[in-house]
Design a protein around this ligand. Structure first.
Ligand SMILES: *Cc1c(COP(=O)(O)O)cnc(C)c1O
Length: 401
């Protein structure tokens, strides 16, 4: 406590974030997660900013499955997986995830952040090349930093640039090459062109890896993910993803792929070796979630109906959105102060959503991001659309009818 300059330096930087409007306060909820939430001041809000795509966070069936696993397996294990932290429920979940994703084996982590952080370093070294989409998630970027492989970056979703980078890595004589992309990019709701990526990988003898955090459980006909959506099941080498979004929403992550890859990660992946096992109640609830979405596409279908409805109606009112089909709907406001004012006004009107502006998105691309859920009722979506119309007219974003 003797270096006061350290603390005053931090305070200055925090103050700067506040004056620049980049400070991120926490929104405190007094209720469970859901289509409607209660804020700590008692106000009820329609929630349009959770990654709760299937509505399973806060869901009672998910909770009951967690309670059953809690009863059977206890609260925690006080151990990493390989010492005494592996229960039958963990092995069952790894098997079930492999079947669901169409892979040979799966390894669980405490978070997808850890899965991405621990996937590159054990598998690749300075002889290899990692070719990464410019908009990939922070955890992928950090994971690549922890590994000695040569780094190549291609412009977001730009297949011509990807091919250029593949050629550069080939000319440099790299031993193994791996193309890495988010299956879905969460700021734009853009879906990676996996059919074209797989074709390029085959042309250049490269491996492929996708992060399915914004896709597992609802993309593709049976919700298996972006690889199902793009018709390339069985042709992706490595799949990472989270249990903390559509698949129940608590926490946890995974890496899935060929058995040689997963076995190597069990021997060498540092977040797996040196961090505690996933709580058994989460593993048990995740199993129940996968069972539920394996039996019926009802939740997934409702999510896509809600998405199609919202995308159509918000454009009809006069707002500009990024085109697409994903439940992430960026409503473009372009100007940062307008986006900030708009999100604040929507909050007053009882709608929770988040505004994004530079540097999170490019300059002049400020937006509010809407995320649809299977839990939203048509009535709730109509209320949200009504609030959009109201606030949009007030702030001069859309014309009065
Ligand atoms: C949310 C997210 C993660 C992190 O997931 P956690 O399980 O919360 O650590 C990783 N990658 C992508 C693409 C994500 O959207």
């Amino acid at each position: 406590m003797s270096d006061q300059a350290f603390y005053s330096g931090l305070q200055q930087k925090l103050d700067t974030l506040k004056t620049e409007g980049l400070f991120k306060p926490e929104r405190v909820l007094a209720s469970r997660q859901g289509a409607e939430v209660v804020a700590d001041d008692g106000r009820t809000l329609i929630n349009m900013c959770a990654n709760n795509y299937l509505g399973l966070s806060g869901d009672v069936e998910t909770q009951k499955a967690a309670e059953a696993a809690l009863q059977k397996y206890g609260y925690g294990l006080s151990s990493v997986r390989f010492i005494c932290g592996t229960q039958t429920v963990h092995k069952e979940l790894e098997k079930k995830l492999s079947d669901f994703l169409g892979t040979e084996d799966t390894i669980l982590y405490a978070a997808a952040f850890d899965a991405n952080g621990g996937v590159f370093e054990p598998l690749f070294d300075e002889n290899d090349a990692i070719i990464s989409d410019a908009l990939n998630h922070a955890s992928i970027i950090d994971g690549i930093r922890l590994c000695k492989a040569a780094r190549y970056r291609y412009a977001n979703n730009d297949m011509a640039d990807l091919e250029k980078q593949l050629q550069a890595a080939t000319e440099a004589g790299r031993r193994h090459k791996i193309i890495v992309t988010d299956g879905v990019f969460s700021m734009d709701g853009t879906i990676a062109q996996l059919d074209r990526i797989v074709a390029l990988a085959e042309k250049y003898g490269a491996l492929t890896m996708i992060d399915e955090s914004h896709a597992s459980g609802f993309m593709g006909k049976t919700g298996r993910g972006t690889h199902e959506h793009c018709g390339v099941i069985g042709r992706i080498d490595i799949i990472t993803g989270t249990l903390g979004k559509a698949l129940g929403g608590a926490m946890g992550g995974f890496t899935s792929g060929r058995k040689e890859v997963i076995e190597t990660l069990r021997q060498k992946s540092r977040p797996y070796l040196f961090s505690n096992t996933l709580a058994p109640m989460i593993a048990g609830a995740s199993l129940a979630v996968l069972d539920r979405i394996g039996k019926s596409t009802e939740l997934r279908d409702r999510l896509h109906e809600n998405t199609a409805y919202f995308r159509r109606e918000i454009e009809r009112i006069g707002f500009t959105i990024k085109p697409g089909t994903h439940p992430v709907v960026p409503v473009m406001l372009f100007d940062a102060p307008v986006a900030q004012k708009f999100a604040a006004r929507m909050f007053e009107l009882g709608v929770l959503l988040s505004g994004f502006f530079y540097p999170v998105v490019p300059m002049g691309q400020a937006r509010v991001r809407v995320q649809l859920s299977a839990a939203h009722t048509r009535e709730q979506l109509d209320k949200v659309l009504g609030a959009f119309e109201h606030a949009g007219r007030e702030l001069g974003i859309i014309k009065a009818a």
